[in-house]
Design a protein around this ligand. Structure first.
Ligand code: KG4
Ligand code: ZN
Length: 397
């Protein structure tokens, strides 16, 4: 059993996962109410809340799993990417705990964690379905393409597992796509904010979009050419195969649309009305949205989802993979799931998403990603520290 700890952004999370696939507990203390008045994560407040929450959250995870510290094989913690001060709380705590209880510490990349949110559920299904080799191992599968799409990231990875001597899969990643500016989730959050809706914006837009016409406002996306990277630059992609996303332009286009159609007054009315409610929900916002606003919301969501879908499946074709996996907060989006699932069916590809609770930040995914490392003895050194800009699977240089 591994205890996972995650504090990279605005959720303090701890989880106990057995053998990388069985979630015994997964506790998430969300800071949404703290950051909500600011319409975004305030790093100093995030660190302070993590400090306040980390011990009760870890205790709750152990208690819910019915295990004690000595039952653990290791402690896994998010090393990056994320907010430096927020990451440091989890890392300092995990290091001290590992030292005190004399267990190994495993450092996990948050983005690898998001991919494992899907793999862990797949592994569980395989075991349940007895879809195993005679030696009791899951079959080796060819490379898959993973879209990690959240408030901080829009990345495409080719992920491949080879079998270790111990029979556990050892994963390797190649980064083949990323955003050149805003992440897709950031666009959801910024557009929701500028329309006077709640925070984080993704769930609000997801809930309101079905009430509007997704074809009412035609947004266009500029074609982004592969940028020439300096050799050795962190995160540089292979220009021959790179996929680039960009979501800052659509935010500006939405803002311009609200100016052109003089929507400012109604936006301010909505913002004030929601601010006056104790726990506003998208259902409260609906009667405060006119047709034009709902059409704008629906069109924005359709455009972002379609851009993600087109580029992801184009990359899947380019790399000849038969399996696509989507993870991260935006993977909770209902329209995204429907449209990705339909396109995968058309192309005869396997598509997988995490369950909703594992789409957004959690620690079960961190514990699951650490499992193969335990068998490999791939432990963190005493000098482990936060890496706010940690990359996953840089392209060959
Ligand atoms: O993975 P996550 O919890 O944190 C990061 O690593 O960023 O993702 C949070 C992001 C936010 O931008 C939020 O608005 C977005 O995921 N999100 C959604 C939905 N639920 C969360 N975006 C679109 N539709 C949703 N249903
Ligand atoms: Zn995340």
């Amino acid at each position: 059993m591994i205890l996972g700890i995650e504090t990279s952004c605005d959720e303090t999370a701890a989880a106990v996962v057995r053998e990388g696939r069985e979630i015994l507990s997964s506790v998430v203390a969300s800071q949404i109410p703290i950051h909500s008045p600011y319409g975004g994560v305030v790093p100093e407040l995030a660190s302070r809340e993590h400090l306040r929450n980390i011990l009760p959250v870890v205790r709750a995870a152990l208690e819910q799993a019915g295990v004690g510290y000595q039952d653990l094989a290791a402690i896994a913690v998010t090393q990056g990417p994320g907010l430096a001060g927020a990451l440091l709380v989890g890392i300092s705590f995990a290091k001290s705990l590992a030292f005190a209880i004399e267990k190994p510490l495993i450092a996990v990349n948050h983005l690898e964690g998001h991919i494992h949110a899907v793999l862990l559920e797949e592994a569980r299904r395989q075991v349940n379905a007895s879809d195993l080799l005679p030696e009791g191992r899951p079959p080796a599968r060819p490379a898959l393409l993973a879209l990690v799409v959240s408030g901080g990231h829009t990345h495409l990875y080719l992920a491949e597992a080879r079998q270790s001597e111990a029979g556990e899969p050892v994963w390797s990643y190649r980064n083949v796509g990323r955003t050149v500016d805003d992440a897709a989730g950031e666009a959801f959050d910024k557009v929701a904010k500028l329309l006077g809706l709640g925070y984080p914006g993704g769930p609000w837009i997801d809930a309101l979009a079905p009430q509007g016409d997704p074809e009412a406002v035609p947004f266009t996306f500029a074609q982004i050419k592969a940028k020439a990277h300096r050799k050795g630059e962190p995160g540089a992609l292979d220009p021959a195969t790179a996929t680039y996303f960009s979501y800052s332009g659509i935010k500006t286009a939405v803002l311009r649309y609200t100016h052109v159609h003089e929507m400012e007054a109604s936006i301010e009315t909505r913002r004030a009305a929601l601010a006056g409610l104790p726990n506003p929900t998208p259902a409260d916002a609906l009667p405060l949205c006119d047709r034009r606003t709902l059409d704008l919301i629906a069109s924005f969501q359709r455009s972002v989802v379609d851009d993600l879908r087109r580029k992801t499946f184009r990359a899947a074709e380019q790399f000849g993979v038969d399996r696509v996996l989507v993870s991260g907060g935006v993977a909770a989006n209902r329209e995204l799931r429907v449209r990705f699932t339909a396109e995968a069916a058309e192309r005869n590809l396997v598509i997988a998403f995490p369950s909703l609770s594992l789409s957004t930040d959690n620690a079960a995914m961190i514990a699951a990603a650490a499992w193969p490392r335990l068998a490999a003895g791939d432990f963190a050194s005493d000098g482990l520290t936060a890496e706010p800009s940690l990359v996953l699977g840089g392209a060959p240089r």
